[in-house]
Design a protein around this ligand. Structure first.
Ligand code: ASP
Length: 344
């Protein structure tokens, strides 16, 4: 009896110790890493004004998410708020400023994933949800589903009081002109080849990408990832990219890492990029840097997929590899932040 009593006491004490440990926030490792898209981003096609504007927008996004983490907020709240800032900026291909489809519309995809619970939500092909990342979070938290698309996702967003806008809200002249240029190029190419030429190359060349994403580690050791995009310029009928496909463009698991990808979605989906990075860490015990570089700089290069990722582990180690000319990116940690654009 006495033995049983003592073991009960021991179990209770051990549980209390574990709970105390879990509840104690550790601010030394809180980290936020972001990207604003990878692609043909070179010094030659940038002006000092444009560069300054991008850096300011990236810094604002970083600061917004970091303020949440500093106050003991969750990584989930931080990635959502960070991505919203970039969705609201016309500079990035997400929310306002999204690229145009071949039909001349803006169709948005987004996803969010919680590394602690491995819960996730995604929406695709929406045209009226102001902040698609919040739509994805609502799917995760307020429905029994993981992914909703098109008009159904919009109906769900309205019913859950998400901010709804007219489709024209997303339109920017720059993106519209990008579509016109790509369509003209495509037409010229087809004319020259007598209608038999491949337009795939033009499709890729004309895409500067510009998707946005964030990964965060909060003071309670929890990871989260979020990504949002307008997809690729000139995309056809109902095309959905990698961003809302969990394990491809977005993934988070406290056991391994949080990942957000950008680049040519078709390649990212086929290589299940985000989960592949996590799997290398889980099964081969790779570091987050080695795993991310293996997938982006080796596997995707071999397969011809232009892309970049941000990946963060539970200790605050992170990597931002990309195989394109540039990637808008940045991180903030211990109050120190840095943003970059080119390969350098
Ligand atoms: N990955 C996005 C997509 O294919 C595009 C991008 O990263 O800009 O939809």
């Amino acid at each position: 009896m006495r033995k049983l009593f003592l073991s009960c006491i021991f179990v209770l004490a051990a549980t209390a110790a574990v709970l105390a440990q879990q509840a104690k926030p550790d601010y030394s490792k809180i980290t936020l890493v972001i990207h604003g898209g990878a692609g043909t981003i070179t010094r030659a096609n940038m002006t000092p004004e444009k560069e300054k504007a991008y850096k300011e927008a990236l810094n604002l996004a970083l600061q917004t998410g970091y303020d949440i983490l500093k106050k003991g907020g969750s990584s989930l709240d931080a990635v959502e708020a960070t991505v919203r800032v970039m969705e609201d900026s016309p500079l990035f291909n997400a929310g306002k400023g999204a690229v145009f489809t071949n039909d001349g519309t803006n169709e948005l995809d987004a996803a969010i994933m919680d590394g602690k619970t491995r819960n996730a939500g995604a929406i695709a092909g929406v045209m009226i949800v102001k902040n698609p990342v919040s739509g994805a979070r609502a799917v995760m938290e307020q429905s029994e589903h993981v992914m909703m698309i098109g008009r159904g996702a919009e109906k769900f967003a309205k019913e859950h009081d998400l901010e709804i806008v007219d489709p024209a809200y997303f339109r920017t002249e720059t993106r519209y002109q990008q579509l016109q240029r790509l369509k003209n190029k495509e037409k010229t190419e087809l004319d020259h080849s007598g209608g038999t030429g491949s337009t795939e190359k033009i499709f890729i060349e004309g895409n500067k990408f510009g998707t946005v994403g964030a990964v965060a580690l909060d003071a309670f050791g929890n990871l989260a990832a979020a990504t949002s995009t307008g997809g690729m310029t000139n995309k056809r009928y109902g095309r959905v990219g990698d961003v809302p496909v969990l394990g491809a463009g977005t993934y988070a698991d406290n056991n391994t890492c949080a990942v957000s990808a950008t680049g040519h979605g078709e390649f990212i989906i086929r290589s299940v990029v985000a989960h592949d990075i996590a799997a290398l860490m889980e099964y081969k015990k790779y570091s987050v840097k080695k795993a991310a570089e293996e997938v982006v700089l080796k596997k995707l290069v071999e397969r011809g997929g232009e892309a970049g990722v941000i990946a963060l582990d539970r200790n605050g180690n992170f990597a931002m590899p990309f195989n394109s000319a540039g990637m808008y990116r940045g991180y903030i940690r211990n109050g120190k932040s840095e943003v970059a654009i080119y390969k350098e």
